[in-house]
Design a protein around this ligand. Structure first.
Ligand code: ADP
Ligand code: MG
Length: 253
């Protein structure tokens, strides 16, 4: 096992309020590692700290052995980290393939900087973008306008756009939020295929079914701290975890 991301003593305060405190986190290469916890536990704050969007007020973060604590999001993406795009960053009136081409262009400096792109560059860009669309299960929707996709398809496209930067470590914040049950299996199988393809995935997710089925490791947060960490089996039988969810039962938290 190699550790791709290591967080130590991570703390975030907003004014006097401590949203995250003393969090240690080890993400192993190739794992799907989920971060769960009741509302207000600090999951999104921690997620933003890992991606570099939110400054931490204590602690440090390393990717591989490189300390990235002070690095903003765009620098972390150069060493292989990407977060899924937010749904409001999609171009609604463009097709799936056009959105993907823009993401590929944005990440491929050689192509993006040249107004005089050659036909070979263009066709390579289209072929890279097409295969990315296929990998997220939208191969039969290449020319569909994004606005006409189902919510679940749009959420998969967000993940696909992140893949255009060729990350090794992918951060997904609530990929199933707002999604109908019909779209859940496709998202589950996308995350499974990401793992199969060798990506390391950090997943913040409410849907316990999905978390328990897909995760190699789970970190449970509660009131800004790590309450428990372990395999899905260990977490689902942990009394403190059940208590933190106020007896809701983990499968419906
Ligand atoms: P979760 O994602 O687990 O629901 P969050 O990380 O969003 O939790 O929030 C953790 C706590 O920090 C909450 O009490 C929330 O109100 C607070 N919080 C989050 N962001 C801010 C902010 N920008 N300013 C002040 N308080 C915040
Ligand atoms: Mg949240």
């Amino acid at each position: 096992m190699t550790t791709i991301l290591r967080g130590r003593n991570i703390g975030v305060t907003f004014g006097k309020f401590q949203a995250v405190r003393d969090v240690d986190l080890d993400i192993e290469t190739g794992h799907v590692h989920s971060i769960i916890g009741p509302n207000g536990a600090g999951k999104t704050t921690l997620f933003n700290v890992l991606s570099g969007r939110q400054r931490l007020t204590a602690g440090r973060i390393a990717i591989d052995e490189t300390d990235v604590t002070a690095q903003p999001e765009h620098l972390r993406s150069r060493i292989g980290m990407a977060r899924s795009f937010q749904i409001n960053s999609l171009f609604w009136t463009f097709s799936v393939l056009e959105n993907m081409r823009l993401a590929v262009q944005a990440r491929d400096y050689r192509i993006a900087r040249s107004v005089l792109r050659s036909d070979a560059d263009r066709s390579e860009e289209v072929s890279v973008a097409t295969s990315l669309c296929v990998s997220i299960g939208l191969g039969d929707q290449l020319h569909a306008v994004v606005d006409h996709l189902s919510h679940g398809q749009q959420r998969r496209l967000e993940i696909g756009l992140a893949l255009a930067s060729k990350p090794r470590l992918l951060l997904l914040d609530e990929p199933t939020s707002g999604m109908g049950v019909d779209d859940l299996p496709a998202m589950a199988s996308l995350i499974r295929s990401l793992k199969r393809d060798g990506y390391t995935v950090v997943l913040v997710e409410h849907n316990m079914n999905l978390v328990m089925n897909l995760s190699d490791r789970i970190t449970v947060m509660h009131q800004g701290r790590v309450l428990a960490g372990g395999s899905p089996a260990e977490i689902s039988s942990d009394g403190r975890v059940r208590e933190a969810y106020l007896g809701k039962g983990l499968d419906r938290a």
